[in-house]
Design a protein around this ligand. Structure first.
Ligand SMILES: *Cc1c(COP(=O)(O)O)cnc(C)c1O
Length: 377
């Protein structure tokens, strides 16, 4: 029996139940389930929160990434650079659109895409870069945007795990929200994400008016005027119930991030003296919203530790056990085992501990004690 799961969504819901239930009841009474006013309201509030001109809601985070690539009118075989250490969706949409995923390694401290590796991977067919803001902190967007500018490439940020994180440009000193720095940002409202719905949802962000107009059409069968189709699109929408729930939770997003940061600081302190556990580092240009709290284990039997924790009712998880270049569906003559040493090292040694908005110090102390009991054996 798992006593302490990775996330505690029922506990989070309990605290906002009256607000959420009222918002849902309103949508149900209106029966305006698709493209209703609740979607517009949430869209506007999210635009304000992010400081971005356009939010285009859609069905899920994977669709958001697919729409962002579709809008660029790339040709089959065009190359898109992304990281080898991410959730599969990032590379999946590239492959689905008959584009070529070009993978690069990550940095050992932040687990985020290595800008130098990005620059080395650029060739005549490169059209776009998809940095992933993994686990809740942004990739080095200053370096990536500079590379993109120099080589005339599009930048699509995968901010499914980092909504609400602040990136500060170290030259201008200006701070902006993750997902609003590149040409487009893509996020997911999957229930366990930092801003999670009660089902699926996603969105694309952009400051570009013409991209926004076309994205909206692509997500709606390629039409603006009903039954007149200008593009081959898809059907991908955020429904009104999810939008109403998300609008309530958006008001709590900063407070949720603060709760996650507090929990992360507790883990950091508790593991500070243990040289077998490397706690996550935050780069100096970003805040960390801790979608995951992920440590790197040194000389620890990871499977044994996970079993030990499970025996005490404590969940733990490995994000991600298999790098993209070693996934069966993505095997490619260009890549072999050993090509991305940091990614491969991480996939063998990372472990994510319970991280959510409802953790207490008592719960965390129990988790920490259980981890240290095994590690120090
Ligand atoms: C969750 C996630 C996605 C996909 O989002 P869905 O809503 O599940 O489709 C894409 N990229 C990353 C990094 C994610 O964590």
């Amino acid at each position: 029996m798992i006593k302490y799961p990775m996330v505690d969504l029922p506990g989070q819901y309990k605290k906002i139940k009256p607000e959420v239930d009222a918002a849902m009841a309103e949508v149900i009474a209106s029966a305006s389930f698709i493209k209703g006013p609740a979607v517009k309201v949430f869209q506007r509030h999210l635009e304000e929160y992010l400081g971005v001109k356009h939010v285009i809601p859609c069905g899920n985070g994977t669709d958001a990434l697919q729409l962002a690539l579709m809008v660029l009118d790339l040709k089959p075989g065009d190359e898109v650079i992304t990281t080898s250490f991410t959730f599969i969706a990032t590379a999946e949409v590239i492959a689905l659109l008959h584009l070529k995923p070009v993978l690069v390694d990550v940095l050992p401290d932040t687990y985020n895409i290595d800008p130098e590796a990005v620059e080395k991977a650029i060739g005549p067919h490169t059209k776009a870069i998809i940095p992933v803001h993994l686990f809740g902190q942004t990739a080095d967007m200053h370096a990536i945007l500079e590379i993109a500018k120099k080589h005339h490439l599009y930048v699509i940020e995968d901010t499914a795990q980092a909504i609400g994180a602040d990136f500060t440009c170290y030259e201008s000193g200006k701070t902006r929200k993750a997902g609003t720095l590149g040409d487009m940002g893509c996020t997911s409202f999957f229930p366990s994400k930092n801003l999670g719905a009660f089902g699926d949802g996603g969105a694309v962000f952009t400051d570009n008016d013409s991209l926004a107009e076309k994205l909206q059409m692509l997500a709606n069968h390629g039409m603006k005027v009903r039954y007149y189709h200008d593009y081959v699109g898809i059907n991908s929408r955020l429904d009104s119930l999810q939008a109403a729930i998300l609008d309530v939770k958006l008001k709590h997003l900063d407070e949720y991030a603060a709760a996650r940061q507090k929990a992360a600081a507790f883990y950091d302190m508790a593991f500070a003296d243990c040289e077998k556990i490397k706690t996550p580092r935050t780069a100096d240009f970003t805040t960390h919203v801790y979608h995951q709290y992920t440590v790197v284990l040194k000389d620890v039997d990871r499977t044994g530790l996970m079993k030990h924790l499970a025996g005490k009712g404590i969940a733990s998880a490995v994000y991600y056990p298999v790098p993209l270049h070693l996934q069966k569906a993505y095997r490619d003559v260009r890549y072999a085992e050993g090509d991305f040493p940091v990614t491969e090292m991480l996939s063998h040694s990372v472990l994510s501990l319970p991280m959510h908005t409802e953790l207490t110090e008592t719960i965390q102390q129990e988790i920490v004690d259980a981890v240290l009991e095994f590690v120090k054996k």
